[in-house]
Every structure is written in structure tokens, then in C-alpha cells.
Design a binder for this molecule. Structure first.
Ligand SMILES: CC(=O)SCCNC(=O)CCNC(=O)[C@H](O)C(C)(C)COP(=O)(O)OP(=O)(O)OC[C@H]1O[C@@H](n2cnc3c(N)ncnc32)[C@H](O)[C@@H]1OP(=O)(O)O
Ligand SMILES: O=C([O-])CC(=O)C(=O)O
Length: 373
């Protein structure tokens, strides 16, 4: 058998025409992340990922209308979220369960034709933000807020989360963050989604599996841990001694390093600038200053760049978002990429089933239980 590559590093496991990372440049269907972040809304980007073209105005209006009409979440799911001991449940666990439950309320859940799968993609993308916002309110003892048909995806999310219309700065920040997190080639959660649906399992199973993979701290879960680290550091002057100690203990610095990027993650600079502006605006410059110190130190000592999770932490913190909602917000955005990959996988499917190199004991004689040590 051929040699194994730990963590599949460098292995090209699939073809895709959704996003690409070449020479540390990220593009969605050919458009650079820089262009899209500066110029496109999240809805335009979702349309791009699913249709492989940017929408014209009529197409965008129609797409936004479809999303807005599908945002309500079945009452049974809201009631289920209300039944938890919310002090013990992480929002990613609640989200994973609620997305799995959506299948139970969808008559087309197991219908495998391409048009039905596109309809499910719309329904899922529309509802995922509503679920995150609903759980955030329920655990505070508040009633969920119904989505509004006249608001954009980012506006609606913040409106449902906070129960009041967001201001322009908040909307712009969340919309950009959603654009930046939407897709990223064959990252761990997207690969998980593709492996799942390549068995011809349903869209809901694929997204549920992907949420599970995103939750881990080596992947999407890093953003919550970055904020935890910044809070532990507390003040700017503690930043370097803190990371020195972590490195001496062979611990990882959350939000730093990447499997693919060597020089830098092209999304990080946008989040860094957003963090600079938002921390200044809210009088919380210390989080930005501390982050810059850590970034520069890790770059110099370990040659590792900041990834997308590093500056998103201080951005969301300045928007007043609870820290354990950072990864669910990542999931809300990445659902668009997962769905694009799921549809691409169905369109030209083959079961994904690699091999393992066996390194266990050689052939052994069976010993009856009475004779075992
Ligand atoms: C959206 C995303 O998923 S972006 C990634 C989010 N995850 C994080 O921020 C968690 C922190 N980062 C990491 O754990 C890693 O850099 C990963 C998981 C992103 C990439 O992992 P891999 O490509 O497998 O790199 P691996 O973990 O093998 O690290 C290679 C070397 O760099 C070191 N290293 C990598 N990341 C870090 C880090 N964040 N802090 C300190 N050292 C690190 C490792 O200790 C290892 O050193 P060694 O060769 O001396 O043993
Ligand atoms: O690509 C990866 O390995 C992780 C990542 O940055 C992402 O999923 O956005």
C-alpha cells in the first residue's frame, strides 16, 4: 500500500469550482476575497457560490425574497431549544441538534433530485441564523424575535439577536464577516460534509456533520478561544509573557497558524482593520493592541500567520456578541459554502472511501475467554 500522510496534508482529495487557494490568494468562483469583501453583500456571495455567477439586480432581489420567506423556524424546534438546561448547553451543540431536527419538519428531506436539494439549501441557509439568534435569546429567558422580510440577512440576524434594529456599523461588520467566512476550499468541516453526502445521505445530515467538525478548537472553535485568551491576558503588557509561557509549555496559540497559508491568511487583514476600527470606536483599543503584539511575536518566533479566527474575536466582542456565539456565527456563514460543496458533490458523486495503513499487531491465535490473562 502507498504511504500515508498524517492529517492528509497536501493530499488533493477532490476537484471543485467553488473556491481556490493559490499562493496564499483566496478566490470564490474566480473573484478575490478582497474584491468581494469590499464590494459584495453576503447574499450576493451565497448566490455566487451556489450559481457560480454574481446575480444581477433582479436575481438578487428574487434570492433575498426567497431567503426572507424561509427564515421562520418550526415552533417544535423552538420548544425543543427551550427544554434544555441552557446553562450547560454550548450554542454549537444546540445548533447541531436543531439543524438535524429541521429534517424532521421538511417533507422533502430525503428527496434526492437536484431541484429539491436547491430548495432545501435555501431553507437551511434561511433558517440557520434564526436558530442561532433564537437560542441566544431563549437562554437569557427572552422570547425569540421573528425575522423581518424587509431586512437583509446580516440585518435580520442582528435584529433577531438583539430585538432591535442594528446600526449601519454593526450591519457592515457582520455582513463583511459573513462574506469572509463563507467558503474555504476543502477545510475540515467542508470535507466532512462532502464525505457524509457522498454516501447519498441527505443535505441535513451533511450540514449537521459539518457543524460537528467546525465546533472543534483546531477549526472554527478557535475564535471563541482567542477571546478567552485575550481576557486571560487582561492587559497589553501581559501579552508577550503569556504567549512565551504557552509556547514553553508546548501549547498552541489560538487563532495562529494554518494548514494551507504560509505567508498569511488573506482574510485576516480585513478582520484586523475591522478590529482596529471597532476597538477604537468602542474605546477598547487594548484588545486590538494586544492582538497585534501576539501576531507579531508568533510570526517572528514561529513563522506562523494569524488566521481568520484571530481578529474576528475582537471584532465580535466589540459588537457586544457573547463569546460562545462566535463559532455559531461562523457556522451561519459557512453553511453557504457547505451547501455549495454538497450540491457539487451530488452533481458528480462517488463514494469517498480512502484506505488506512494497518499498523496494529500481526496475525494472532484466538484465546477463549477462560484462558485470557
Ligand atoms: C477556520 C480555521 O479552521 S483556521 C484554524 C483555526 N485553528 C486555530 O487557530 C488553532 C491553532 N492552530 C493550530 O492548531 C494549527 O496551526 C492548525 C490546526 C490550524 C494547523 O495545523 P497543522 O497544519 O496540522 O500544523 P501542526 O499542528 O502540525 O503544527 C506544525 C508546527 O507548528 C506549531 N504550531 C502550529 N500552530 C501553532 C499555534 N497556533 N501555536 C503554536 N504553535 C503552533 C506546532 O506546534 C508544530 O510545531 P512542531 O513542528 O515544532 O511540533
Ligand atoms: O481551510 C482550513 O483549513 C481552515 C479555514 O481557514 C477555514 O475553514 O476557513
Amino acid at each position: 500500500m502507498t504511504t500515508t500522510t498524517k492529517g492528509l496534508e497536501g493530499v488533493v482529495a477532490s476537484q471543485s469550482s467553488i473556491s481556490s487557494i493559490i499562493d496564499d490568494q483566496l478566490t470564490y468562483v474566480g473573484y478575490t476575497i478582497d474584491d468581494l469583501t469590499e464590494n459584495a453583500s453576503f447574499e450576493e456571495v451565497v448566490y455566487l457560490l451556489w450559481h457560480k455567477k454574481l446575480p444581477n439586480q433582479a436575481e438578487l432581489d428574487g434570492f433575498k425574497k426567497e431567503l426572507a420567506e424561509n427564515m421562520e423556524v418550526p415552533q417544535g424546534i423552538i420548544d425543543h431549544l427551550k427544554s434544555y438546561d441552557v446553562t450547560k448547553v454550548h450554542p454549537m451543540a444546540a445548533l447541531r441538534t436543531a439543524v438535524s431536527m429541521l429534517a424532521v419538519y421538511d417533507d422533502e428531506a430525503d428527496v434526492m433530485d437536484p431541484e429539491a436539494n436547491k430548495r432545501k439549501a435555501i431553507r437551511l441557509q434561511a433558517k440557520i441564523g434564526t436558530i442561532v439568534a433564537a437560542f441566544a435569546r431563549i437562554r437569557k429567558g427572552l422570547e425569540p424575535v421573528s425575522p423581518r422580510k424587509d431586512l437583509s440577512y446580516a440585518e435580520n440576524f442582528l435584529y433577531m439577536l438583539n430585538g432591535k434594529e442594528p446600526n449601519e456599523i454593526e450591519v457592515e461588520a457582520i455582513d463583511k464577516a459573513l462574506v469572509l467566512h463563507a467558503d474555504h476550499e476543502l477545510n475540515a468541516s467542508t470535507f466532512t460534509a462532502r464525505v457524509c453526502v457522498a454516501t447519498l445521505s441527505d443535505v441535513y445530515s451533511g450540514i449537521t456533520a459539518a457543524i460537528g467538525a467546525l465546533k472543534g478548537p483546531l477549526h472554527g472553535g478557535a475564535n471563541e478561544n482567542v477571546m478567552k485568551m485575550l481576557l486571560e491576558i487582561g492587559e497589553e503588557e501581559n501579552a508577550i509573557p503569556y504567549v512565551e509561557k504557552k509556547l514553553a509549555n508546548k501549547e498552541k496559540i489560538m487563532g495562529m497558524g494554518h494548514r494551507v497559508y504560509r505567508k498569511g491568511d488573506p482574510r485576516a487583514k480585513h478582520l484586523k482593520e475591522m478590529s482596529r476600527q471597532l476597538t477604537k470606536l468602542t474605546g477598547q483599543e487594548k484588545w486590538y493592541n494586544m492582538s497585534v503584539k501576539i501576531e507579531e511575536y508568533i510570526k517572528e518566533k514561529k513563522g506562523l500567520p494569524a488566521n481568520v479566527d484571530f481578529y474576528s474575536a475582537s471584532v465580535y466582542h466589540c459588537l457586544g456578541i457573547e463569546h460562545d456565539l462566535f463559532t455559531p456565527i461562523f457556522a451561519v456563514s459557512r453553511t453557504s459554502g457547505w451547501l455549495a460543496h454538497i450540491l457539487e458533490q451530488y452533481a458528480d458523486n462517488r463514494l469517498i472511501r480512502p484506505r488506512a495503513e494497518y499498523v496494529g499487531p500481526g496475525k494472532r491465535e484466538f484465546v477463549p475467554i477462560a484462558n485470557r490473562d
